[in-house]
Design a binder for this molecule. Structure first.
Ligand code: GUN
Length: 282
């Protein structure tokens, strides 16, 4: 079997077109969605991510405001910035780019963001709402993957999903969202002794580890759906995921590429959450 490739780029574009029409109708009511992006320090990868988020906002007509703090900024300074943004009526979404410098307590910072502006979906209140099936901002990467399943009309109900990775941002919420769609979910991680034992039983494998070549054709059941969340560099510096794409695509029914798979969906869902937050003002 040769897999159909799920193009995150194409699905993201379609979603952005829909958002554009939402943004136009908000403009008719004099509302411009606003996203504040807070960047602390000089992590080059973070700077690139932030630039990409801002560019995506600009393209769609979302006002993006970059707040930059020096690496040495205190936790208190950052908490003050968040407090101001919480009270700023022009701001619908607040994103504090992670990781933060080690002297700043990430948990404290995330908890300071108003849950109604937490477009990353990282606040414990939003996580709790997600766990209990209430309306909330969903974390962008898992949310984007759910949108991918919807776009190929794939029902997760009754399926066995194996999630590899247990981060707060991707793995944990991913499993939870699949569970809410009536999937049977298994979490695997670095302490799982025999990964293959689980992945070969899976209807869906979602890998979010960051290890090139982790998932080979021998890990996959014939006809499985394979979602690759990782963004690694191979020995030639080329972008790649956890999955050996060329061999796994000959066995899977659907597969996401890297790049052009999950990546474009993540930013799109951030834009989506920001627009939903602005719509809540109506
Ligand atoms: N750092 C890496 N990914 C993310 C993300 O999705 N949101 C934020 N705020 N920081 C990140």
């Amino acid at each position: 079997m040769t897999a159909e490739i799920i193009s995150g780029t194409a699905i993201a574009q379609e979603l952005r077109n829909q958002l554009l029409s939402d943004i136009k109708s908000l403009a008719n009511q004099s509302i411009v969605p606003g996203l504040a992006v807070v960047l602390v320090g000089n992590n080059p990868a973070s700077r690139t991510y932030v630039k990409n988020k801002q560019k995506a906002c600009e393209k769609l007509g979302i006002e993006s405001r970059l707040v930059e703090l020096e690496e040495a900024a205190s936790e208190q300074e950052l908490l003050e910035v968040i407090k101001e943004l919480n009270n700023d009526k022009a701001i619908d979404g607040i994103l504090v780019q992670l990781p933060l410098p080690p002297h700043i307590d990430e948990t404290k910072v995330i908890e300071a963001i108003s849950p109604e502006k937490d477009v990353d979906g990282f606040h414990p209140i939003n996580i709790g709402r997600m766990m209990t099936g209430q309306a909330c901002f969903l974390p962008c990467t898992p949310f984007g993957i759910i949108k991918m399943f919807e776009s190929i009309d794939y029902s997760l109900s009754g399926k066995h999903v194996v999630v590899i990775g247990r981060s707060n941002i991707v793995g944990k919420p991913m499993g939870q969202l699949c569970l809410s769609k009536n999937a049977t979910v298994t979490y695997c991680h670095s302490k799982t002794p025999d990964l293959k034992e689980f992945t070969t039983q899976a209807d869906v494998v979602i890998s979010a580890v960051g290890k090139t070549g982790l998932i080979t054709k021998d890990h996959i059941k014939e006809g499985a759906v394979v979602i690759d969340v990782a963004m690694n560099r191979d020995e030639n510096g080329k972008l790649c995921g956890d999955v050996l794409f060329d061999e796994v695509k000959e066995k899977a029914s659907y597969i996401t590429p890297v790049p052009g798979g999950v990546g474009p969906m993540t930013i799109t869902m951030l834009l989506y959450n920001t627009v939903q937050s602005a719509k809540a003002k109506l």
